[in-house]
Design a protein around this ligand. Sequence first.
Ligand code: NAD
Length: 473
Amino acid sequence: MPHQNFIAGEWVDAQNGTTDSVLNPATGESIADVPASGAADVDAAVAAAKEAFGTWRTATPRARSEALLAVADAVEADLDTIKQLEMENCGKPAGMIEFEMDLTIDNWRFFAAGARNLSGLAAGEYLEDHTSYLRRDPIGVVGSIAPWNYPINMATWKLGPALAAGNTVVLKPSELTPMTALRLAEITADILPKGVLNVITGDGKSAGDALVRHPGVAMVSLTGSVETGKAIARSAADSLKRVHLELGGKAPVIIFDDADIEAAIAILTDMSYYNSGQDCTAPCRLMAGPRVFDDLVSGLTESVGQIVTGDPFAEGTAMGPVISARQRERVSGMVSRAVEAGAEVTVGGSEIDGPGFFYQPSVVVNPAQDSEIVQREVFGPVVTVQRFSDDAQALAWANDVNYGLSASVWTSDVGRAMRMTAALDFGCVWVNDHIPIVSEMPHGGFKQSGYGKDMSIYAIEAYTELKHVMIKH
Ligand code: NAD
């Protein structure tokens, strides 16, 4: 696979010839050097996407759908290589990567179907002697900026709906995890017309910022942190580009006294530490009712202590490293400050020695509601547990963060579940579960977790402009 930018169907180096090293987080060693792209490379990629837009936008929905189905088939046929690249570049254990791969293929097929199923109000005479109808036109060149936690899956969430709707794309993967985006470009080179998908590597400050500011880019779609989302919204404001933001989360997990505690412990042990906790919807902010708090803490502490952490390629490994030395420092710093502020670590709480960026799966008990570890995203293998006194306090604490991506409610009382799901300010609320997602349902935040939806038909709509055509007769 070429370690170059993919622009207009050609593999090219950064115009200034510089490269960035890509690391394996399980060993700390370099696995590739890729272009450190800048404004000139962004220019070339946007020009290619603009050129391709003329024909891609007029391709029939059927033609676009068939192309996306062929992409899904190509990804499926290449799965062994994609998995290997993702495991090396992200430190994902073999045991957990299957779901992500299955979802990726299903997402492509869903978006292929969606290309043929856009909807709007029926055409009609809403004014005498005038016929009105709606069109959903593509927006133009989309600059897609992806994070490092699920590289191929996040690239799919960006590319699938944009391409289905008739846009062309310049994709910038995270500088930490560019490998599978390059592989995707390689295996789809004969499927998508030249310039429909362009991939440029590089960091946010140079390649990312140039893409956001480029006048030829009509829409920017980011999955990333709240800070980056704010920076991008500010830069995009100069040209009033459309902006689609999927940002961070700090999911509350409200476990009532009437919940099935055994089931909650089992599910949370899997899901809170899935992908080393580097998941924007991770169930990380546990709150337990007064009667179940002690059982929850002791049960979780015991089961989390048994999570097998280590070499992602070794059989039986459940959790790998975090993505980088910097990310591990962030996790470690937040746990230390929580302890200094009076919280207790019942399991984990330390870095793991040796090569690679490993941190122990950890449980932090009784942090204050206004403490950093409750209010800010850790994005690592750490959960907090707080004790609430009644439903009103649980709801108030749950909503008392700037984030609004996802939440869960654990109870055997249907009425209580209904009241809580209605009152929680989050884009997705699970009852008696946490994390399952499906292609048909939207994923996206309230509040500072961003705006715009991924997956579902609503994602495809987000990549269209609604046009009203009115004909006088
Ligand atoms: P990040 O914000 O550091 O980087 C995301 C992307 O933005 C990268 O490609 C980066 O190069 C680019 N970027 C950074 N600064 C930029 C700038 N000024 N202009 C243009 N591009 C810029 O995020 P990350 O650390 O890669 O990912 C982790 C974050 O992503 C977490 O906050 C997580 O919650 C969030 N996330 C959200 C979702 C969701 O669906 N809501 C999904 C996955 C991850």
